[in-house]
Design a protein around this ligand. Structure first.
Ligand SMILES: [Zn+2]
Length: 281
C-alpha cells in the first residue's frame, strides 16, 4: 500500500508535467473509481479545467483546479498514477480512468492514468476550498514535516490510549501519511516496541519518535518509495527503499543493530516486524 513517500515520489514527478495544463477530457472506465459521483458528473466537472497545482496531503493527491474546485485522489491498496504520452502503449488491464492533457510548449500531450488492480482507489471532485479543508481535516492530522507535528503533539495523542503505539501511528488523524512500512521502520529507529501501550510512552520517547518518523519517511522519499508489491512511480519504475528496510519484511534476517533475528508478529491487525533486543523500551 503506497504511503507518504510513495505518493510524494509520484507527485514530484507529475507536478512539472501537469501543473498549468488544461484537462481536455476526463474518461472513466470504472464507475466505482469515482463514487459518489456518477461517471457523467465526474467527467463534466473536470472537462476544460486547468490544473493549477498538484499537491499532496497525507496519502492523498490534491489537484487544485481553476474555478476553485479540487480533484482528490487516493491510491489505497494497489493504485498507481502514471503519465502516458499519447504515443505510449496504454496499460492493457486495470485502467480505471484517464485525464487527457493537451500539449503545450515543450510538453507532449498525454494523460494522467489511474491504474488499480484491486479497485479500492478513489477520485473525487470537491467544489470549494472550504469544502476541501473540511474534507481533509476530517480525515487527517498534521503533516509529519510540518512544525505542528512534534513530540508534544504526539505525546498528547497518546494520552489515555490503550492501543499499541503502532496502532496510534497508523491513525491518520495523529500523523498523516504513515502506514505499515514506515511505522515499523520509525519504531525500530526509536528503539520502541510496536506493541507497547501508547499511553506509556514518555515525553522523551515521543520527541524521539516524531524525529524517527520524519527520518524514515525522508529516507523513503530519497529512495523514491518502496516497491514491495504493486508500487511503481509515475514512469512505471520501482522504488528502492525496500532494499534499505531495517526490519520491515525482514523476518529471520539479522537486525542491523545487534545481529539478532528480526521477529514478525501481528499488531493492530497488521504484519509487524521488530527486534526484541533493540526495541525493549
Ligand atoms: Zn537488534
Amino acid at each position: 500500500m503506497p504511503e507518504l513517500p510513495e505518493v510524494e515520489t509520484i507527485r514530484r514527478q507529475l507536478a512539472p508535467i501537469a501543473e498549468g495544463r488544461a484537462i481536455e477530457a476526463a474518461e472513466v472506465n470504472d464507475d466505482r473509481w469515482v463514487l459518489p459521483h456518477t461517471v457523467d458528473e465526474f467527467e463534466n466537472l473536470l472537462a476544460g479545467r486547468r490544473i493549477l497545482k498538484l499537491g499532496r496531503r497525507g496519502k492523498y493527491f490534491v489537484l487544485a483546479l481553476d474555478g476553485g474546485s479540487a480533484l482528490v485522489m487516493h491510491l489505497r491498496m494497489t493504485g498507481n498514477l502514471l503519465f502516458l504520452p499519447d504515443d505510449a502503449e496504454p496499460p492493457s488491464a486495470h485502467l480505471r480512468g484517464q485525464l487527457w492533457l493537451s500539449g503545450d510548449q515543450g510538453r507532449a500531450a498525454g494523460s494522467l492514468a489511474f491504474v488499480d488492480p484491486r479497485r479500492f482507489g478513489t477520485a473525487e471532485v470537491i467544489a470549494t476550498q472550504e469544502a476541501l479543508n473540511e474534507y481533509l481535516d476530517a480525515r487527517l492530522g498534521p503533516e509529519p514535516f510540518d512544525a505542528s507535528f512534534d513530540g508534544p503533539s504526539l505525546h498528547q495523542h497518546t494520552r489515555g490510549r490503550k492501543s499499541p503505539v503502532k496502532a496510534v501511528l497508523l491513525d491518520q488523524r495523529v500523523v498523516a501519511g504513515v502506514g505499515n512500512i514506515y511505522a515499523d521502520e520509525a519504531l525500530y529507529r526509536a528503539g520502541i516496541a510496536p506493541h507497547k501501550r501508547a499511553a506509556r510512552l514518555t515525553r522523551a520517547q515521543c520527541e524521539l519518535l516524531a524525529e524517527t518518523i520524519r527520518d524514515a519517511l525522508a529516507a523513503g522519499i530519497d529512495a523514491k518509495g518502496a516497491s514491495i508489491d504493486d508500487f511503481r512511480d509515475a514512469y512505471g519504475v520501482k522504488g528502492s527503499f525496500q532494499d534499505q528496510f531495517l526490519v520491515h519484511r525482514r523476518e529471520g534476517l539479522d537486525c542491523p543493530g545487534c545481529g539478532a533475528a528480526v521477529v514478525k508478529t501481528r499488531v493492530a491487525g497488521r504484519g509487524t516486524y521488530f527486534c526484541r533486543a533493540c526495541q525493549k523500551n
